[in-house]
Design a protein around this ligand. Structure first.
Ligand SMILES: NC(=O)C1=CN([C@@H]2O[C@H](COP(=O)(O)OP(=O)(O)OC[C@H]3O[C@@H](n4cnc5c(N)ncnc54)[C@H](O)[C@@H]3O)[C@@H](O)[C@H]2O)C=CC1
Ligand SMILES: O=C(O)C(=O)[C@H](O)COP(=O)(O)O
Length: 382
């Protein structure tokens, strides 16, 4: 069995070494020629695969260790008899922590308390659903917009127009789709961007083309009341430096880049591989990776509960660091080829980041403990 894999998949050998010979390539270098001599592909989000690209290839299994699948032509691959597996929800908690950190940062910069604002969530699946639950636990008013789920009977959904009219903060968690009645390509087009309420915070950590980037750039030229956070870009790894400079926070598609999320993605694809090949699952992530519950944060017991929450969220993940790294890269070059490689380098050399569930916090009062638990922390001794 010849396995062709993205070099950025962690624990490849631990899970797959005895399943065949593994060839590693940068994800963007995995092309039709490379696929022609592989039986299986293990990918992340940067490798596009269509049925046409596999015409000369024996590939029958594709596993993408990511939530998103828009890089794969799912109908074409299914028609060609290629089995595709993805990793739903693998890094959803990381994205939630990214959004919480962005809210905290915008709150500090604008002086507006994020916990007093109304949040509109567009796309209420693995990420959006967890974000909505966390924010509601923290006492925020949350509006949810998910027309496909509404059609399936989900209650309490609002239209996008209602959400645009009522939400102070909009966070986008839809898949990128280009066809069908709920296509999300340019869901945030010029008209909707212009219709944002004064002072709106708009966060996109789904896929770049969900927001029309050129329309956004134009709208931000006219309006400085809207605060935009972008983790994903319409033409990434290409970036429009002017748009970056107009964003309140700008990061290189790392919202879900917790170590836990990446490792979970590899394990889920290993499980799908075993199922596809009719073989038992013989390995588990816990054999190879440090388990949750290993980090401790000591908070000042006398500090106010809101401070404890902010401090703990910052300690888990601080979006300002990723924003600073992207801006520093852009300050060094205006050359697009260098920007492409700089963008990918920031992702490849991403610092270690662990998710909240592996954090235990000691030394807090009861009010703080309630708040911290609502945000997803386990609180020692409570
Ligand atoms: N920036 C990053 O690092 C990451 C980005 N993502 C992106 O986030 C997306 C969402 O992730 P999940 O929540 O796990 O996916 P999911 O599939 O669990 O949920 C997506 C939700 O969006 C809804 N939806 C589809 N079309 C819609 C529309 N037109 N308007 C409103 N809702 C619509 C679906 O019904 C579904 O409930 C992924 O597809 C991926 O592209 C995911 C993980 C990490
Ligand atoms: O899971 C997804 O969907 C994502 O967007 C991933 O976090 C992207 O990671 P890479 O595949 O680009 O490493």
């Amino acid at each position: 069995m010849r396995i062709l894999a993205d070099e950025n998949i962690p624990l490849l050998d631990a899970f797959f070494a005895d399943q065949g010979s593994i060839t590693r390539l940068p994800g963007r270098a995995i092309d039709a020629a490379a696929m022609a001599s592989a039986d299986a592909l293990l990918l992340r989000s940067v490798t596009r695969v269509t049925a046409d690209m596999l015409q000369d290839s024996p590939v029958r299994f594709i596993g993408t260790c990511t939530i998103g699948t828009d890089h794969l032509d799912l109908p074409g691959l299914a028609a060609a008899g290629v089995h595709v597996a993805s990793a739903p929800g693998c890094n959803a908690r990381g994205v939630v922590e990214y959004v919480l950190s962005a809210l905290l940062t915008l709150s500090e910069r604008t002086g507006l308390d994020w916990r007093q604002r109304c949040v509109g969530i567009v796309g209420v699946g693995e990420v959006g659903g967890r974000l909505a639950a966390t924010l509601r636990n923290l006492g925020l008013r949350v509006l949810c917009c998910d027309p496909p789920r509404k059609e399936q009977g989900a209650a309490d959904m609002v239209s996008l127009e209602t959400l645009l009219a009522e939400a102070d903060i909009i966070s986008c968690h839809v898949p990128l789709t280009r066809q069908g009645s709920h296509a999300t390509w340019h869901l945030f087009n010029q008209a909707r961007l212009q219709a944002l309420r004064p002072g709106t915070w708009l966060i996109n950590s789904s896929r770049g083309p969900v927001v029309d980037n050129s329309a956004l750039n134009a709208v931000l030229t006219e309006r400085n009341d809207v605060h935009v956070v972008l983790d994903v870009w319409e033409h990434e790894p290409a970036l429009e430096p002017q748009l970056v400079s107009r964003c309140a926070l700008a990061t290189p598609h790392i919202a879900g880049y917790s170590l836990d999320g990446k490792l979970r993605g590899t394990e889920m694809i290993y499980q799908a591989w075993c199922s596809f090949n009719g073989q038992p699952v013989q390995r588990q992530l816990s054999e190879f990776a440090p388990t949750a519950g290993c980090n401790y944060l000591q908070l000042d017991p006398g500090a106010p509960a809101d401070w404890q929450l902010s401090h703990a969220l910052r300690w888990v993940y601080d979006v300002r660091d990723d924003d600073a790294r992207l801006r520093a890269m852009l300050a060094r070059t205006a050359d697009q080829a260098a920007i492409h490689s700089g963008f990918d380098r920031l992702r490849k050399d991403y610092p270690l980041r662990r998710e909240t569930p592996c954090v235990r916090i000691s030394g807090v009062e009861r009010t703080s403990a309630v708040l911290l638990k609502a945000a997803g922390f386990s609180v020692l001794g409570q």
